[in-house]
Design a protein around this ligand. Structure first.
Ligand SMILES: [Zn+2]
Length: 311
């Protein structure tokens, strides 16, 4: 009986040691200090890095990355980071100097460069430059996610297995998401798959999921839409009898409202099909505040509006 109690105590002591040491991260290991520009990249780093990383995302909900300038605080955060992930292809147009300058001091990684050039679309406004909105083709975005995984492993190799496992799980979810978008898109008859938004963020989305896309502003929001752009888009809507157009969370509503008014002047009523998350995630703590939530919200909103469900 005494022996039994002794072995039980030994067993419990061993269990305790096991529990204390089996956490993947020892408490005295500081997490990898990661800074990202967009929320989409920040979400990928969180999903793969989990306990191994501390992530700061510079561009919050509703923030337009094309126009974003780094603040003093951002500069400090970047300077103190172990790794900085950004999108690249001039998405962060007004941060390119900062990122280039900091590149000599901290590790900076453009996740977009993981996508091989044959899959890139051209920016119509800047020939020779790639369209940066790669996250709207989920399969392409998976390449960027793999890049995040590889960089974390490279700079924190003690936890390579951990990052690998987390990435496998996340990539499997993204693969399911890609299939979901395909299935939803196919509910819309092919000739009705026309997506009209405030700016040209959905080129990759259109190519991957079979939508004709038109943006009022170009690929960047830096150039304002003119009266002619508004009229041309309105003519297109009336001619094709497009039932719905969409606003974006990171672009002012007034532009797309002007298109609606111009169509109305021709006697055609086009509805605002809802708000899409184009270049920024939704609020933190909501489903739309994640990449998967953003993509799901967008396809559900687009398909629902084009099929005029709920009317
Ligand atoms: Zn954009």
């Amino acid at each position: 009986m005494i022996m039994n109690r002794l072995s039980l105590n030994v067993f419990l002591a061993l269990m305790l040691i096991f529990v204390l040491t089996s956490g993947v991260f020892a408490q005295d290991t500081p997490p990898l200090n990661v800074v990202t520009t967009t929320g989409m990249i920040g979400d990928a780093v969180e999903n793969i890095g989990r306990e191994g990383v501390s992530v700061t995302t510079l561009m919050g909900p509703g923030v337009d990355p094309h126009l974003y300038r780094a603040s003093e605080g951002d500069m400090r955060r970047i300077a103190q980071a172990d790794v900085v992930f950004f999108n690249g292809f001039h998405l962060e147009a007004r941060m390119s100097d900062v990122l280039a300058r900091m590149g000599g001091r901290v590790i900076t990684v453009a996740v977009g460069e993981a996508v091989s050039s044959e899959f890139l679309l051209d920016d119509k406004d800047y020939p020779g430059q790639a369209d940066p909105h790669i996250w709207f083709d989920v399969e392409l975005w998976m390449k960027a996610v793999e890049k995040v995984r590889d960089v974390l492993i490279e700079h924190d190799s003690d936890y390579a297995d951990y990052y690998h496992e987390n990435a496998e799980a996340y990539l499997a979810q993204l693969y399911d998401l890609h299939q979901y978008v395909i299935d939803q898109a196919e509910r819309v008859p092919e000739n009705q798959r026309v997506l009209i938004t405030a700016h040209d963020a959905f080129g990759y989305f259109g190519r991957a999921y079979g939508f004709e896309v038109r943006g009022l502003q170009g690929i960047s929001t830096e150039a304002e839409a003119g009266i002619r752009d508004v009229r041309e888009l309105a003519d297109f809507i009336v001619e094709r009898q497009i039932p719905a157009i969409f606003i974006e969370s990171s672009v002012p509503v007034r532009n797309i409202e002007a298109v609606r008014e111009a169509a109305r002047a021709q006697g055609f009523e086009v509805s605002i099909g809802g708000e899409l998350f184009s270049d920024a995630l939704g609020d933190a703590g909501t489903f739309e505040g994640t990449y998967i939530g953003m993509v799901t919200h967008n396809i559900d909103t687009i398909v629902g509006a084009l099929l005029q469900e709920g009317k």
